[in-house]
Design a protein around this ligand. Structure first.
Ligand code: ZN
Length: 333
């Protein structure tokens, strides 16, 4: 993986470096750096910023060089905007600098960026130049410094503060780097839509009207009539299987017990005419099924549960033994 040192020149509080109307050079440089990083995020490279990312510290020039040398970058680009008098003037154009003793790679990198910088910003080309700017004044790593137009140039100002101008500057540098380092696009991770939860469709049989109530879906409604005890449950999913069983209190000499588990609508769980006091549901999907029981006597919903275990009184089933249920809700979370 190629590493790229990227530098927004100066700091937010650096004296003097600003447009005549007070936009700090670092802010403009930082904006372009962020755009470069965004373009390059699709490529097999890593960006190492050598300025302070808040702009609040104007990192020294030597610390920036030390940082990118230590990080072992493959190349380094410092992003700047130019200034002439500091008051509005007619200065215009872009430049790319190498140090005074450029390597072949320095020069190649400079020209790959420079040609695009002129083209994409539409600003005048002032040439590829040499100067002993401290941040690029080493010959271990190919390094250039870009000046992307004059902050105090009346016509340049309009471009360098515009969306198109900033993006043009960023594209020029990013594409120059892509070609210089032969960067490859990362394989695209396709946007797989998150699989939807299946619907739970269920109904109960209640012992006052002595009939099956209409089906309900998920938690858009509940199944049951408050005050009328539930005796049996039918349920199925729109995909996958649901398994469930109900618990009945002792009656007619038979002990309280869990009735046999049923699957989907192969059978219902419960005995018609015999109120239930607990239910449990599980599915073979990788989703979490959640269910709640409504107590007839207290008139309240018990906390929803997600488990399926006769031994787990807290999360293994919904209901309190000995207290009849008059409604249930089942849904995926
Ligand atoms: Zn500068």
């Amino acid at each position: 993986m190629k590493k790229i040192g990227l530098d927004a020149g100066h700091g937010l509080y650096t004296a003097g470096k600003q447009t005549p109307d007070g936009i700090k050079e670092w802010s403009l440089n930082d904006d372009v750096c962020d755009r470069i990083a965004a373009i390059l995020s699709k490529y097999d490279c890593e960006i190492i910023r050598t300025d302070n990312n808040e702009g609040n510290i104007d990192e020294s020039l030597s610390s920036r060089v030390n940082a990118y040398i230590k990080a072992g970058v493959d190349t380094f680009v410092s992003i700047h905007h130019n200034a002439f008098t500091g008051n509005w003037n007619n200065a215009t154009g872009v430049e790319v600098y190498t140090d005074r003793t450029p390597t072949e790679k320095d020069e190649r990198l400079a020209s790959l960026i420079y040609d695009r910088l002129v083209q994409y910003t539409g600003l005048k080309g002032r040439g590829i130049k040499r100067a002993n700017f401290a941040v690029i004044n080493q010959n271990k790593v190919p390094a250039v410094l870009c000046e992307g137009g004059f902050m105090d140039g009346s016509s340049d100002y309009k471009i360098i503060t515009s969306e198109a101008g900033k993006q043009g500057y960023a594209r020029a540098v990013a594409e120059g780097l892509i070609e210089f380092l032969s960067l490859k696009e990362k394989p695209q991770t396709p946007d797989v839509p998150l699989p939807q939860n299946p619907d739970v469709i269920y109904q109960v049989w209640e012992n006052v009207k002595d009939k099956w109530l209409p089906n309900v879906v998920n938690d858009t409604d509940y199944a049951g009539n408050f005050k009328n005890a539930v005796c049996a449950v039918y349920a199925n999913l729109t995909s996958g299987n649901i398994y469930y069983k109900v618990h009945v209190p002792s009656s007619k000499g038979k002990p309280a017990r869990w009735l046999p588990e049923v699957k989907n609508r192969e059978d219902y769980a419960g005995n018609l005419g015999q109120p239930i006091d607990a239910v449990m549901f599980r599915t073979d999907t990788d989703k979490t099924i959640c269910y709640a029981a409504h107590e007839k006597k207290s008139g309240r919903w018990l906390p929803p549960v997600t488990g399926y275990s006769e031994a787990d009184r807290i999360n293994g089933y919904a209901g309190n033994f000995g207290r009849e249920i008059d409604a249930i809700k089942i849904y995926f979370v």
